[in-house]
Design a protein around this ligand. Structure first.
Ligand code: IPM
Ligand code: MG
Length: 349
């Protein structure tokens, strides 16, 4: 019995998660597996009402589950940073979900803004380090508020952290078994401490994987190649900050935030799956947000639970549905959020 912790969160999170759970129920019957869910109200809403972010007992409670299904965390009435650090990053960090796995795949029949590119050209995965780098919140102000102010934001790169991420990426690339090419995305020409470490570890581990072709791109150049020659990429490994940036770019070339999903992976523990688009306050409650990203996140969740058949069915449902929509963008799909969920269920049955 799979135990799934559901965190609908804020904004459009609950609307898209509702559709994901509808698909989960349907696919569990077809693929014949059992599960139970419990909903947790970690969110900006709860914070505004109670002052609670993510408490230690919250973390202890979710640790009893086999996977987490997250909608979105972010509230327009809460100052930026508070919920991100206090809920989302706290979940990622305290569960040691050190990989953020973000597939960038353009499905057949889906529009990409890239001229002359098709689904044959856009199919790669970003392995983003998810526990270190600029995201640890380390740094300081001096002379705050004066004209001599200095703000320092530190990027923490530990040998162990870098190594486990790069090792995961090589192994993932091998298992994926497509082009068997791993690209390191960094900035060795300027960030000469962090990327020296990354490059050394990358070169070392590469020796253990002679079948995998390796490449290196500076992050700025990689952004350019992602647009001009996305077919060059198979798996990209990078740090937390660069991974954050290039996966928004990736989302757009795969058809938009409406379809982009990711997994916060602890390969030996509890992982959390989410649409990467955020809480989209503008669309909240309108029944117009695209739930396909959340449904794709469910697909990743099912695969992580080794429900491969169910994951494949969900993916087929997403592909079939994506082709029916006028656009993948919120409000322009030609269908409501709930109708899109229904289309996925129909396509699976
Ligand atoms: C993401 C988001 C988060 C991040 C924010 C909301 C903290 O942009 O999941 O990519 O930067 O990791
Ligand atoms: Mg982001």
């Amino acid at each position: 019995m799979h135990k799934i912790a559901v965190i609908p969160g804020d904004g459009t999170g609950p609307e898209v998660i509702r559709e994901g759970l509808k698909v989960l129920e349907a696919v569990s019957k077809i693929a014949n597996f059992e599960y139970e869910t419990k909903t947790f109200d970690f969110s900006g809403e709860r914070y505004l009402k109670t002052g609670k972010l993510l408490e230690n007992e919250d973390i202890e409670e979710v640790k009893g589950y086999s996977a987490i299904y997250l909608g979105a965390v972010g509230h327009p009435d809460v100052q930026p940073g508070i919920l991100e650090q206090g809920v989302l990053l706290k979940l990622r960090f305290s569960l040691d979900e050190y990989i953020n796995l973000r597939p960038v795949r353009l499905y057949a029949g889906v529009q990409t803004p890239l001229k002359n590119k098709t689904f044959k050209d856009i199919d790669f995965v970003v392995v983003r380090e998810n526990s270190e780098g600029l995201y640890t919140g380390k740094g300081s102000f001096s002379n705050k508020g004066t004209k001599d102010e200095v703000a320092i934001q530190e990027s923490i790169n530990t040998r162990k952290g870098v190594e486990r991420c790069i090792r995961y990426a090589f192994e993932f690339c091998k298992q994926r078994n497509k082009r068997k090419k791993l690209t390191l995305c960094g900035k060795t020409n300027v960030l000469t401490y962090a990327w020296d470490l990354w490059q050394r570890v990358f070169n070392e581990i590469a020796k253990e994987y002679p079948d995998i072709e390796t490449d290196y791109n500076h992050v700025d150049a990689l952004c350019m190649w992602m647009i001009r020659n996305p077919e060059w990429f198979d798996v990209i490994v990078t740090d937390n900050m660069f991974g954050d940036i290039i996966t928004d770019l990736g989302a757009i070339i795969q058809g938009g935030m409406g379809i982009a999903a990711g997994g916060n992976i602890n390969p030996h523990g509890l992982s959390m799956f989410e649409p990467i688009g955020g809480s989209a306050p503008k669309y909240t409650g309108k029944n117009t947000i695209n739930p396909l990203a959340a449904i794709s996140a469910l697909q990743m969740l099912l695969a992580s639970l080794k429900e491969e058949k169910a994951a494949d069915l969900v993916e087929k449902g997403v592909i079939a549905t994506a082709q029916k929509l006028e656009s993948l963008s919120a409000g322009r799909m030609g269908y409501s959020t709930q109708e899109v969920g229904d289309l996925v269920v129909e396509a699976m049955e």
